[in-house]
Design a protein around this ligand. Structure first.
Ligand code: C2E
Ligand code: MG
Ligand code: MG
Ligand code: MG
Length: 291
């Protein structure tokens, strides 16, 4: 019943693997419904300058889902099902529309910059690429205020179709980030295939950069290679002051994480008619204090 009207499913009652598969099928139908009923929500998390945490460079857009009962479901719980059942393209298209069509005026007026996560499926889809370029051209939002984040793994899987898209976007002024760098089938060799603006150092190396010498070496190395390729670095998962300070001394350019600010509802952020960049972070902190 949960997999949709008329669906037939076979499974063994005893198998936990079958139960997990059943849950994933159920989740996939929940996502389809949420897309149809506009029950996805856009959140935004600030990315700040390491040398001046009050200065926000831009915000990463992160999607959440609200289920029929009104519970907020995080991407970790539904993205795997969306990936397996071919829903990532629909999801990324929905997010791009919400941002570039429904909110472009407000975003342009705010003066803030945003980055979208683009899945491997969307990255490899020519129609999606064209839609994104077209809606960016049509929107009032300057291309310089929009970026995309592509995971290393997605980039590798879609290398052929991605490289032209990435260079098209960059020539328009869009910023391109390589996400979760170091986490996938990492190879610095991929970095030479095309120019990018940001390398996002995977959170798994950042979390213990203060206490783990190997993590420190990895962060330093990625930072150095990225800089020599003229990309800026972003460290994700910065959860405390000591980590932020360490990243600053290493020379990492930008930082993102709960210490800087948690993701907040995009509309709440836009409602605050933010003028000066310096006041943005205070607003984010204030939104959290009020909760
Ligand atoms: P990501 O792109 O690497 O995004 C960073 C994730 O880390 C976000 O989780 C964010 O809330 C979380 N995070 C940020 N700072 C901290 C911190 O200091 N500590 C900890 N523990 N976590 C932190 P979220 O929102 O759950 O998203 C998870 C992943 O789902 C994202 O990872 C991204 O790969 C994917 N995702 C989210 N929204 C979209 C979307 O619209 N499209 C696509 N294709 N993927 C999305
Ligand atoms: Mg990301
Ligand atoms: Mg990331
Ligand atoms: Mg990550």
């Amino acid at each position: 019943k949960h997999a949709g009207r008329g669906a037939v499913m076979l499974y063994e009652v005893d198998s936990s693997e079958a139960a997990a598969q059943h849950r994933e099928i159920y989740m996939a139908s929940t996502i389809r419904e949420a897309l149809e009923q506009n029950r996805l929500r856009l959140y935004a998390q600030p990315i700040a300058v390491a040398g001046n945490l009050a200065q926000v460079s831009h915000y990463e857009i992160l999607v959440r889902m609200v289920d029929e009962r009104g519970n907020m479901i995080m991407p970790g719980a539904f993205i795997p099902a969306a990936e397996r059942y071919g829903l990532m393209l629909l999801l990324d298209r929905w997010v791009a529309k919400e941002l570039l069509e429904r909110r472009s005026e407000r975003i342009a007026a705010s003066g803030l910059s945003f980055a979208l996560n683009i899945s491997a499926d969307a990255l490899g889809d020519k129609a999606f690429q064209q839609e994104l370029v077209d809606s960016l051209k049509e929107s009032t939002l300057p291309a310089e205020h929009l970026g995309i984040e592509i995971t290393e793994t997605a980039m590798i899987n879609q290398m052929e179709s991605a490289s032209q898209f990435v260079s098209d976007l960059r020539s328009m002024g869009c910023k391109v980030a390589l996400d979760d760098f170091g986490n996938g089938l990492s190879s610095f060799g991929y970095l030479k295939q095309f120019a990018i603006d940001y390398v996002k150092i995977d959170g798994s190396f950042v979390r213990e950069v203060e206490s783990n010498f190997v993590d420190l070496m990895i962060v330093e190395s990625i930072n150095q290679v990225a800089h020599r390729l003229r990309a800026q670095t972003i460290a994700e998962f910065v959860e405390d002051a000591a980590t932020a300070e360490r990243l600053r001394t290493i020379g990492v350019d930008l930082v993102q994480g709960y210490y800087i600010g948690r993701p907040i509802a995009l509309d709440e952020l836009l409602q605050r008619n933010l003028g000066r960049a310096a006041s943005v972070l205070e607003s984010v902190k204030e939104i959290h204090r009020q909760k």
